[in-house]
Design a protein around this ligand. Structure first.
Ligand code: PLP
Length: 388
């Protein structure tokens, strides 16, 4: 069964003329992004916690100055995101990877303010390099709270057998040698209650370890910018953790930064009749929205209405390159434009050029001023440059 997206309404995209951009194209609304950033900055100010932007979800760096105006820095998944963070974003660069390569570590140390390890063994292996660098780096250890509360094990790092983080019961004073803070990440598009439940589950151990530590990082997966998220509850929770443990709190949301900020515009290239109409788009699930197949989920379509069910699929050779069935008033014609909602996060960062399918252009739109800029268009050279 396909997951339903938690995306809200189309917002200002309801009135966006899809013919204003090349096709395919990601269009990101800076005004909506700024509204999300204001919410996150408010959480930061009122709770005293530090909020970082998870680049893995959203790293459209032409918006780095805007993101940096509101948030305290970025969380990176490894060397290249750390470098992007240092080059374009201000503030803290925090790097966590489940596995570090020795030949990348010197550069990661030079780029990062926080380095978080997945196991005590990895920390022990790399701590001498950090010390020898002479650089002040916060060292963190990712623990696994072992309480799976996600809808799907594939998106639940707390599931049994997970490689992500060291089970909390294995973390003792020895494991914390040279460690400044603990990190966890187990949520995915979740409300406050699962975070509170996890805290109840781990609080006795964290309180016992707290005297050895300076901070705790609650990772991402908090759907803070969704209208119905309990933000006051989150602020109270973060204050409580600080007051009870003396630890400074960090959050590193990705999806919440760019939630409902962008659409992916495409157009119909052809229609094949086979058990109903199948429209072939210049948007491909496998190349441009891989989570549609991986999760799987059905992205919402802008202005979906009508009695005719049309399958929308990509131009690739993959039979399963189908985005879903959508309602139309009439069978779409060649050239008809469509747009999928909530595509700013985890789509742009995941695109591929399988089959040599063109990568979507990147556009910035400001729904307050109506200013539109195409910030990047991709060419044959981008496809060729990834191969040799
Ligand atoms: C370690 C870590 N931090 C932060 C995030 C961001 O999570 P989200 O985009 O769901 O907020 C992720 C996502 O996988 C992650 O693995």
């Amino acid at each position: 069964m396909a997951m339903q997206t938690h995306a809200g309404d189309p917002g200002a995209f309801r009135d966006f003329d899809l013919m204003r951009v090349p096709s395919p194209c990601f269009v990101v609304d800076e005004a909506r992004l700024e509204a999300n950033l204001r919410i996150l900055a408010d959480i930061q100010t009122r709770s005293g916690a530090t909020v970082l932007c998870a680049l893995k979800a959203f790293s459209m760096w032409s918006l780095a100055p805007l993101v940096s105006r509101y948030l305290s820095g970025v969380c990176a998944s490894g060397l290249w995101e750390a470098r992007l963070g240092r080059e374009h974003y201000g503030g803290i660069v925090e790097t966590y990877s489940a596995g570090y390569k020795l030949d990348e570590m010197a550069e990661i140390i030079a780029l990062s303010d926080h380095i978080i390890f997945n196991t005590p063994a990895a920390k022990t292996r790399f701590l001498p390099m950090i010390k020898d660098s002479g650089k002040q780096v916060h060292v963190g250890l990712r623990f696994n709270p072992g309480l799976p509360l996600g809808d799907d094990a594939k998106y639940d790092p707390a599931a049994l057998g997970s490689r992500l983080g060291t089970p909390l019961e294995q973390i003792d004073a020895d494991a914390l040698e040279g460690v400044d803070g603990l990190h966890m990440h187990t949520l995915c598009e979740q409300d406050l209650e699962p975070l509170l439940a996890i805290w109840d589950h781990i609080a006795p151990q964290i309180r016992a370890l707290a005297p050895h530590l300076k901070w705790i990082n609650f990772g991402g997966g908090h759907h803070i910018t969704r209208a119905d998220y309990d933000r006051e509850g989150l602020i109270a929770f973060l204050q409580k953790v600080r007051d009870e443990t003396g630890l400074h709190c960090y959050l590193e949301p990705g999806e919440a930064v760019a939630l409902d900020c962008g659409i992916l515009v495409g157009e119909v290239l052809d229609v094949v009749e086979n058990d109903g109409p199948n429209a072939i788009l210049d948007i491909s699930a496998t190349c441009h929205m891989p989570d549609v197949i991986e999760a799987p989920y059905r992205p919402a379509l802008l202005d979906e209405q009508g009695d005719i069910q049309v399958r929308l699929g990509g131009p690739s050779c993959l039979a399963g390159d189908v985005i879903g069935r959508y309602a139309f008033n009439s069978t779409p014609q060649i050239g008809t434009r469509v747009a999928f909602l909530d595509q700013a996060h985890y789509s742009m960062v995941k695109t591929t050029t399988f089959n040599g399918v063109r990568l979507p252009a990147l556009a910035l739109w400001n729904s307050n001023t109506d200013a539109l800029r195409i910030v990047r268009e991709f060419t044959y050279q981008d496809f060729k440059g990834r191969l040799s």
